[in-house]
Design a protein around this ligand. Sequence first.
Ligand code: SF4
Ligand code: SF4
Length: 126
Amino acid sequence: MTNVAIIRCEKNMDRCPLTNCFRCLMEKKEGFAIYEDCILSGVFTCRCPGDVAVNLSKILKTKGADVIHFCTCTFAEKTNEGWIAKDGGFCENIDNIIERVHKETGTPCVKGTAHLPKDYTIKTWD
Ligand code: SF4
Ligand code: SF4
């Protein structure tokens, strides 16, 4: 059983209650299809400019998170053709933030949760 934590973006926190993130996690689909079995161990909200993500991740780790997923809406946006990553999502710095979290906490990270963009190959930091 893999304990999964999610970090979402403050820019979407009053618009999306993570419905599809949770659904995909429970059904092991999209970004969570890589697990045979997984359970949610916590959720935190990143705040700009993103420095807080490292400390939030340290706390998630102490709460048992084996891996941290960063929401798809941080790097992709919804269009008439579905979710696409071409022009980015809410965060222009998400890769650097994930890189820093991974380096400073030693926790595996995954970029993506629900509704992954077409042609997106899930990016992981192991
Ligand atoms: S990835 Fe989708 S479901 Fe998850 S917080 Fe962003 S918009 Fe909501
Ligand atoms: S740093 Fe990026 S992920 Fe964090 S709150 Fe700001 S835009 Fe969202």
